[in-house]
Design a protein around this ligand. Structure first.
Ligand code: SF4
Ligand code: SF4
Ligand code: SF4
Ligand code: FES
Length: 946
């Protein structure tokens, strides 16, 4: 179990290879060159007092507490800013040093409240510790005179307070905001005695640029910046390392506890994805776990117009089993199916697909990756032989050029964005390909070298144009291509890519991006050193999503940017375990490890271990299940932790499909939108209530550890197991570790994974097997997984969704920082203070033409449907493009999205919908109808809960 307070080595580790030997208080110590004396002393077991230094930040040297004496040098240098030198002899505890340190501490304490006994940081205060460490016994200056003790507190942030009376102006918070988070929201105002921390000119934290990442709170050595939860609950007494359940960055946290009560989540310094950093969601937005709307008792009803009836687990599980048996007997084996969750653990996902394949006897299993990253799976498997990103996040530290396409990392993947911004501040160059002027285009101390604001739907054209420049200007890394890729495929592709329709000049006509910008970006990508591509749903959620992924792979192969740190093709995965859900066989055509269900040998391995005969035919995808339901051949579904009614396209069609089924089983934390059509509701468990693993966007398998008992009685994997048993399928796992052992036995890329290994290494990136016993930070190092890299012809085919006189604007969708996906969790936290509603962003020119002012209600109509929301008039979007988020059910953004989808995977084309926008007085008829339904559902849920 980790210490509640992690060891702080004072300054960051040096990465130098050269070693230096020195003596500290008579102890010989050897450390890498460039290490500070402060850190070297820690290495030798000597703790030098310190206040302004911490190992998360570069040394600053302001507090003068860490003074040391060095033989042969005059004065008392600060050990945090003085690097070690060969043969150096250091003393840390001389009478002079003790006197000086006490003097420094006296000054601090004379301007600090002496309310230690009632202070929330009591027991976790470095000032208190240092007063003890330097042996402070008196404060000669007294507390009279001018001081900062009467300054008022700022409690405007929902999660932490700022009490300037307790501030020692060490500037750790300011530096954390700059160095770790990269937001630059804080400054030290004034000089000398008047200097103070400020979150903006006359602004509170809430009004400032602060994004509530918590880095300053973590860095603060006193109670000046402190979590409100610590103030309310008290200091934690133990901690458990676990993994954030929000996004695909996969940050590790210490869940700091008092008994079974969670006090705070603190980013874990040894977390390999986040390196001690966090965003507002993982750090603070965990209150949903205790939200009053959580359903904790199973519920059933015979039809969806009836009220729910609370029942015991046994009755609910029996109902699921008997209904699924009845339906299969009446309508056939393939009449039911299930959806796995990208929010649940690998082990839970594995069990759901096992239940469906081995228990239901069909392959009707799909997952929400269908609506986000299924083209990544298809595209990268085709090009490289495996369906995953190529790098670890550390890799960005060695990138010289970063191309971000169709992703908005500062909102969607904030901790990765902070790491990326740090690299950009060090001098790496940035290319952004996105219809919107996302924050990365220009943010403090970061400016993109090129922003290509393409028209939505023209990704493939622009990527082809970049490749065109690379091939026609002789920038191909021919040695790499000849050594690593299929030369015939390359030659065929090169002949295609040099065709005139792929030239920047032609592509400028369709994409709206000036040809010269495309040429300059291509040259930079190909010649700027290590070049890495990061992409998101703005790439995949298109009718040519898979083609775009392959076009990205072509670019990386053509320029030799694969197989080493600093380069690569990196999908920024959406949900916490979307990579894992795909790895675990959630697609209807693939067994765990991306092996086709029709492959007899692979199927045979599963059949012999599971003792079941598996269907060799791929099953139905989510949209096909819904179509079949409307047609009358698909009658029952088990949905674990997904809200397809809110997240999938064409809401009316989803509703019609669900309404046509005879047994809809929803397992979730809350009565979600999909539960409107459910017959059985099974209460789910949060990530705090179960053991398991999540796999992040780097293929990193992270442990999720139970810190409290499941509030409903069962973890999600146990519920699936109970359903299986009730249906007569043998399942008897005592712990998720046993499920992982089975995954390892059946999946070559997981063959070496076990909970013991994860406990030992902290986390591991697959493939992890005999060849790679400690996992694979970078893939395709010595060759591609498929053998030779495959160039694919990526012809640009415009989407069938076209603007017209009636629908002249293009709608694209995305996310914001404080909310997550359909908002089921974040809407039940204080995060709602930042985003109470979804807004439609519209360019001033388009707004003016329509008489729309900022804040007006507007109607947005497509060929599919219409919805209303309020407008934000902004130049972040280009003329002709409008943008919204979809975090609030009332927005009903998916009422307007179309049924167009990726040609290869059916991933919906969320990012391109032709629309018209006009002024409106309020909600549409469908929104009113939908709100009635939701209200009724809530009333029924509330009644049941009472
Ligand atoms: S708020 Fe905390 S971290 Fe910031 S200067 Fe004051 S004491 Fe230091
Ligand atoms: S919470 Fe994060 S963004 Fe806000 S001031 Fe602190 S470090 Fe900066
Ligand atoms: S970046 Fe993602 S994984 Fe990390 S804390 Fe934020 S939401 Fe959680
Ligand atoms: S810790 Fe070195 S000067 Fe503050």
């Amino acid at each position: 179990m980790p210490l509640v307070r992690e060891i702080d080595n004072g300054t960051p580790a040096s990465k130098a290879e050269e070693m230096v030997e020195l003596s500290i208080d008579g102890l010989a110590v050897t450390v890498p060159a460039g290490t500070s004396i402060l850190r070297a002393a820690m290495h030798a077991g000597v703790q030098i007092p310190k206040l302004c230094a911490t190992d998360m930040l570069d040394a600053f040297g302001s507090c003068r507490l860490c003074l040391v004496e060095v033989d042969g040098r005059s004065g008392t240098p600060a050990s945090c800013t003085t690097p070690v030198a060969e043969g150096m002899v250091v003393s840390t505890q001389t009478p002079r040093l003790k006197r000086l340190r006490r003097g420094v501490m006296e000054l601090y304490i004379s301007d600090h409240p002496l309310d230690c006994l009632t202070c929330a940081a009591n027991g976790d205060c470095e000032l208190q510790d240092m007063a003890g460490a330097v042996g402070l016994r008196e404060v000669r200056y007294g507390h009279e005179g001018i001081s900062h003790l009467h300054q008022s507190k700022d409690g405007s942030n929902p999660y932490f307070t700022f009490d300037p009376a307790k501030c020692i102006v060490c500037s750790r918070c300011v530096r954390a905001c700059e160095e770790v988070q990269g937001t630059f929201a804080l400054t030290i105002q004034g000089r000398g005695f008047d200097s103070k921390v400020s979150s903006g000119i006359g602004e509170s934290f809430f009004e400032s640029e602060c994004v509530s990442c918590g880095a300053c709170v973590q860095a603060c050595p006193t109670a000046t910046l402190i979590e409100k939860s610590v103030v309310e609950i008290g200091q934690p007494e133990h901690s458990v390392v676990t993994t954030c359940a929000y996004c695909g960055v996969g940050c590790n946290f210490k869940a700091e506890m008092r008994g079974e009560e969670l006090v705070r989540m603190v980013p874990f310094k040894d977390g390999k994805a986040n390196r001690g950093h966090s965003c507002v969601k993982g750090r603070f937005a965990w209150g949903y776990a205790q939200h009053r709307e959580r359903v904790l008792q199973p519920m059933i009803r015979t039809s969806i117009d009836q009220p729910w009836r609370e029942v015991g687990w046994e009755e609910a599980i029996a109902r699921v089993a008997s209904e699924f048996h009845r339906i299969q007997e009446k309508y056939g084996k393939r009449s039911i199916g299930g959806i796995t969750s990208s929010r649940c653990t690998n082990e839970e996902t594995f069990l759901v697909q096992k239940l469906i394949r081995a228990g239901f006897g069909n392959n009707n299993v799909d997952t929400c990756a269908r609506v986000c990253h299924s083209p990544t799976g298809y595209g990268l498997k085709t090009a490289f032989g495996t369906s995953a990103g190529t790098q670890d996040f550390d890799s960005v530290e060695q990138a010289d050029v970063v191309l971000v396409i169709g992703a908005n990392p500062t909102d969607g993947h904030p901790v990765f964005a902070s790491r990326l911004k740090k690299r950009l501040r060090q001098g790496a160059k940035l290319i952004v390909v996105d219809p919107r002027r996302i924050d990365l285009v220009r943010t403090p101390h970061v400016e993109a070298a090129h922003h290509l604001p393409l028209r939505p739907g023209t990704n493939v054209a622009v990527l082809n144009a970049l490749a065109h420049v690379i091939v026609t200007e002789g920038l191909v890394d021919e040695a790499f291509v000849r050594a690593r890729c299929d030369w015939d495929d390359f030659s065929e592709w090169a002949a295609f890519i040099v065709e005139a329709q792929n030239s920047p000049e032609q592509v400028a006509l369709v994409s709206g991006v000036p040809a010269e910008e495309i040429r300059a970006a291509a040259r930079l990508y190909a010649t700027g050193g290590n070049a890495a591509i990061y992409y998101g749903l703005g790439v995949t959620e298109h009718s040519q999503g898979s083609t775009t992924v392959m076009a990205i792979a072509n670019l990386a192969m053509a320029t030799g940017n694969l197989g080493r740190p600093g380069v690569g093709v990196n999908p920024l995965r959406g949900q916490n375990n979307v990579q894992g859900a795909c790895d675990m066989g959630s697609f209807p055509h693939e067994l765990p490890g991306y092996r086709h269900i029709s492959d007899d040998a692979t199927r045979g391995v599963f059949e012999s271990l599971w003792g079941a005969c598996l269907d060799s035919e791929p099953g139905l995808r989510i949209p096909n299940m819904l179509d079949a339901a409307v047609d009358g051949s698909f009658k029952g579904i088990y949905i674990q932790g997904e809200d397809i009614l809110q997240s999938d396209p064409n809401t009316r069609h989803v509703a019609a499909g669900l309404a046509a089924m005879e047994c809809v089983v929803v397992q979730d934390l809350f009565l979600n939108e999909t539960a409107t059509y459910a017959h059985v509701f099974l209460p789910g468990s949060t990530f705090l209530e179960k053991d398991g693993t999540f796999t992040n966007a780097e293929r990193r398998i992270n442990r999720v550890r139970r810190v409290m008992r499941p509030r409903s009685g069962y973890a999600d994997w146990e519920i699936t197991q109970e359903i299986a048993k009730a249906m007569g399928i043998a399942m008897s796992y005592a712990h998720p570790a046993e499920i992982m052992d089975e995954i390892a036995r059946l999946t070559p890329s997981f063959a070496g994974v076990s909970y013991a290994l994860l406990d030992e290494l902290g986390s591991v990136q697959w493939p992890c097997n005999a060849a790679k016993p400690e996992g694979s930070p970078v893939m395709h190092v010595d060759g591609f997984m498929r053998g030779r890299g495959k160039f694919m012809i990526t012809e640009y085919v415009p989407t069938d969704e076209r603007t017209s006189g009636r629908f002249p604007l293009l709608l694209t969708t995305g996310r914001i920082l404080s909310q997550y996906n359909v908002g089921a969790q974040t809407r039940r936290t204080e995060n709602t203070v930042w985003h109470q509603e979804d807004r439609l962003e519209i360019h001033p020119h388009d707004a003016e033409q329509r008489g729309i002012r900022d804040g007006d209600w507007v109607k947005i109509a497509s060929r599919t449907g219409a919805t209303t929301l309020r407008a934000t008039v902004t130049e972040r979007v280009a003329p002709g493009v409008v943008y919204t988020t979809f975090h609030h059910p009332a927005t009903q953004a998916n009422v307007v999205t179309t049924e167009y989808s990726d040609w290869a995977t059916n991933c919906p084309e969320y990012k391109v919908t032709a629309v018209q926008v006009s002024t409106s007085n309020g909600p549409t008829e469908w929104q009113e109808h939908y709100r009635d339904l939701a209200d009724r559902r809530r009333r029924i849920g509330a009644a049941a809960a009472e």
